[in-house]
Design a protein around this ligand. Structure first.
Ligand code: LLP
Length: 430
């Protein structure tokens, strides 16, 4: 059995004769030997083609319709350069992300700034860099923008982020469109703020934004949110606001395994649902995809340190854990696991819990998976790890974060060196 047949991932294949896993044409085992484990590998050709695909879907709507990559998903500068090279702007949520985007050669005019807690310093940075849009999330933010935009020499572009009170039908921890979450503004409050913004000569109200959550499979939820955004946009037009775009955020779901109940929705279906937010044809549609650009381009390669028979389970203890990929610990997320080498002749399959070295019961990567018998030093790949993997990695247990390697047309390039242990305590004062 080809261990990938049950869950095919684009650009990932197994060489039949050697049994070796290949990502974008490069041998995963060889890369792991060269660069060590744990190791993040990304197929840059796949990232580039996903970026290109979403922008071309949006261009069908209008010249000004565009995607802003939610860089929190995977923010390595080399990754940003590839995505920016395909014409996408960046959706950022901190001053750090603005600086990172600038370091990748993105101009301020290609950056939109989301997030519930923009500090004075971050707002000043955004104004200084003339970013494309502040997606406003609170009355305080409006007051701050009015204060800080004064005398800056240009009109600061803003949009109001609406909370449509729509359930994105996703994991509770990443569901952001319900009224009980901290995100966005109620349409009533947003309407009040509209008048304040419009009376300020230093701000220019350009649009409406919305983001109802992440890992969304049911596009009817996007459509429902889009319809309420449209209602609000029409209200703004009645009030005389010169809005020109609607930003429907990110959130498109990605298939993580063969057990997914419904197939992964396409970019075109997503755009179709989101465009219900446009009041008329003259409007531009913006989207902020993160996961759907990078998730399936990335894998996390890890080595088996120990195989431990326990009372109720067999644990394969590997050298990556919640520090490298926190999604299982945090959201009980499923990631498919496959051996890096599997000749297909093995008859012995066992059921494993794949767990990491960190001293927490929640440090696990996969539970109850059937795999060809594993032994110490075997390599396994954790699939669909490109999004919210490395970008959420931590140094808990004084563990240095892994290296990141890009595969570009079959050739490997280190895009981030493995963190040194020394750097972990370098800024500590004794
Ligand atoms: N726009 C805004 C305002 C967001 O807050 C997010 C994600 C996105 C766009 C991108 O959403 P995406 O297309 O990636 O679904 N750590 C979690 C996901 C957190 C998402 C946070 N916001 C996970 O690993 O599942």
């Amino acid at each position: 059995m080809n261990w990938l047949n049950e869950f095919p991932v684009p650009n990932l294949r197994r060489d039949h004769s050697s049994g070796l896993l290949e990502l974008g044409g490069a041998s995963v085992a060889q890369l792991a030997r060269t660069f060590g484990t744990p190791l993040y590998l990304y197929d840059f050709d796949r990232i580039a083609s996903r970026a290109e695909e979403i922008n071309s879907e949006l261009r069908k709507i209008s010249e000004g319709s565009r995607a802003f990559y939610a860089m929190k998903a995977l923010s390595n500068i080399s990754v940003l350069k590839v995505i920016h090279g395909k014409g996408l702007g960046m959706d950022v949520v901190s001053g750090g992300e603005i600086e990172r985007a600038l370091a990748a050669g993105v101009t301020g005019g290609e950056i939109v700034f989301s997030g519930v807690a923009k500090t004075e310093e971050e707002i000043r940075l955004g104004i200084r860099e003339k970013i494309a849009c502040f997606n406003i999330e609170s009355p305080h933010e409006v007051a701050e923008l009015i204060r800080l935009a004064k005398g800056c020499g240009h009109k600061v572009p803003v949009a109001l982020r609406i909370n449509p009170d729509v359930d994105g039908k996703t994991h509770a921890k990443i569901n952001t469109g319900l009224a009980e979450t901290k995100f966005g503004l109620s349409p009533e409050l947003a309407k009040k703020l509209t008048l304040e913004i419009m009376s300020c000569p230093d701000l220019s109200l350009l649009g409406v934004s919305c983001h109802i959550g992440s890992q969304i499979f049911d596009l009817n939820t996007i459509k429902a949110a889009a319809l309420s955004v449209k209602d609000f946009a029409l209200e703004l037009l009645r009030l005389g606001a010169p809005i020109t775009h609607v930003d429907m955020g990110g959130g498109l779901g990605v298939a993580y395994g063969p057990t997914e109940e419904t197939p992964q929705p396409s970019f075109s279906a997503w755009v179709e649902a989101a465009k219900n937010a446009l009041p008329d044809k003259s409007f531009d549609l913006h989207l902020e995809p993160g996961r759907s650009i990078v998730a399936d381009a990335g894998i996390l390669v890890t080595e088996v340190i120990d195989v431990k028979p326990a009372q109720k389970k067999t644990f394969a203890i590997v050298d990556a854990g919640m520090t490298e990929l926190v999604r299982p610990a945090m959201y009980d997320a499923y990631h498919h696991v496959t051996p890096v080498e599997h000749k297909g002749v093995t008859t012995k399959f066992l059921t494993y819990d794949i767990v990491g070295p960190v001293c927490e019961t929640s440090c696990w990567l996969a539970s109850g998976v059937k795999l060809p018998e594993l032994k110490r030093n075997d390599l396994v790949a954790i699939l669909t790890a490109g999004a919210y993997g490395m970008s959420m990695a931590s140094n808990y247990n004084t563990r240095n974060r892994p290296a990141e390697v890009a595969v570009i047309s079959g050739k490997a390039k280190v895009i981030r060196k493995r963190e040194t242990l020394r750097s972990l305590w370098e800024s500590e004062l004794v």
